[in-house]
Design a protein around this ligand. Structure first.
Ligand SMILES: Cc1cc2nc3c(=O)[nH]c(=O)nc-3n(C[C@H](O)[C@H](O)[C@H](O)COP(=O)(O)OP(=O)(O)OC[C@H]3O[C@@H](n4cnc5c(N)ncnc54)[C@H](O)[C@@H]3O)c2cc1C
Length: 333
């Protein structure tokens, strides 16, 4: 339900959305983007630009570094593949690597049609939100843990069991699962994939296009281009996309009116994650690291630095102390 809710919110804010508008090139003036060029050759001029094209695919990359097009949610065959805007500006993208050196990483989950699962599994999902089904020995494959994006789930338990989460569909926490193999497991005899459609074969390949940026989210080497989401780091999920997106959006406006850009302090979790991940990804083997608030190395750091808290009052005081309460509510222009 969230996509249409977000869409309504954006439209309510009088933001103009251009659907099915794929940027294929840029017009530059020195180190500034003057306009982006759409596939239909329309040029859209702007003072500041924010690139959030992600880091996945297109199909050629999913073939080269994965198991081919898995017909994922990006729908490259219908809408066209990702184009890196930073690359069009002449900036070299960083590419993520797996432990074995292969480029990119497999998206780590697939969705099954819940109705196609046994009554027992469905009830577990509906009542508890989760179902854990232990795998027969011959189906355990720990190798799959190293190839996936979400290193917070690269744990033994995820290799020894099928872990299902209720997201409306049944989300299976593995990058792909051959259908015939899956249907041999009790309760999965009629299993049917919902997303990606070819989840028996593979999944989308991510981390193929990360831009060099500063901690204001501005791209290094382009004066009026900002990045957020997966484009801005080896980030695993939505929360990271949201916090980098807010900052990039705010700074893109500051850049237009010529006031100092905002850098979130490291005594806020968001500021620390943005600067720490930026520093680490440029170190040797940094492109093998993954950053998320949800687990793995950054979660450990959050706890070590005393930043992890779910107490709203503590968080409120922390933001107040650095003078940033409601910073994104201030109208800059
Ligand atoms: C199977 C799967 C399961 C996931 N599960 C979770 C989860 O449970 N929790 C979580 O937090 N995260 C999850 N994620 C990760 C999360 O979806 C991503 O981290 C997040 O969507 C990244 O957002 P983004 O905006 O940076 O990039 P994307 O969501 O990849 O969006 C980029 C968009 O830009 C478009 N685009 C590309 N090039 C151009 C161009 N030139 N012109 C115009 N448009 C262009 C693309 O079509 C795409 O719509 C999952 C991802 C996958 C694939």
């Amino acid at each position: 339900m969230i996509e249409s809710a977000v869409r309504r919110k954006i439209l309510d804010m009088n933001i103009k959305i251009l659907f099915s508008s794929r940027v294929v090139d840029v017009k530059m003036e020195d180190k500034k983007i003057k306009a982006v060029v759409l596939q239909n050759e329309t040029q859209i001029e702007g003072d500041s630009f924010i690139e959030t094209t992600g880091s996945t695919g297109p199909m050629g990359n999913c073939l080269k570094y994965g198991n081919g097009c898995s017909m994922c949610v990006l729908r490259c065959p219908s809408f066209g593949g990702r184009v890196s805007i930073t690359k069009k500006c002449g900036i070299e993208d960083m590419i993520g690597q797996r432990k074995n050196g292969t480029y990119g990483a497999f998206s780590g989950s697939i969705k099954l049609n819940k109705e196609s699962l046994s009554k027992e599994i469905r009830e577990k999902l509906n009542n508890k939100g989760v179902a854990v089904i232990s795998l027969p020995k011959e189906q355990i494959n720990k190798g799959k843990l190293d190839i996936k994006v979400c290193q917070q789930y690269a744990l033994d338990a995820f290799a020894k069991n099928i872990v299902l989460l209720d997201t409306g569909h049944a989300k299976l926490m593995a990058p792909f699962y051959p259908l015939e193999k899956l249907r041999k497991i009790k309760g999965f005899e009629n299993a049917k994939f919902e997303d990606p459609y070819s989840a028996g074969l593979g999944n989308s390949i991510r981390y193929l296009s990360i831009a060099p940026r500063d901690n204001n989210m501005k791209v290094i080497g382009v004066d009026n281009l900002f990045v957020a989401g997966e484009k801005s780091g080896f980030y695993v999920g939505h929360t990271e996309a949201i916090v980098t997106g807010y900052l990039a959006g705010n700074n893109s406006v500051r850049n237009i009116i010529g006031i100092p850009l905002l850098q979130l302090p490291v005594n806020l979790t968001t500021g620390d994650m943005i600067s720490y991940s930026n520093e680490m990804m440029h170190k040797e083997d940094g492109n093998k690291l993954r950053f998320t608030f949800a687990g793995s190395i950054y979660f450990e750091r959050m706890k070590e630095k005393g930043l992890y808290s779910i107490d709203k009052q503590v968080l409120y005081e922390r933001v107040k102390k650095v003078g940033l309460l409601n910073i994104y509510d201030e109208k800059l222009i």
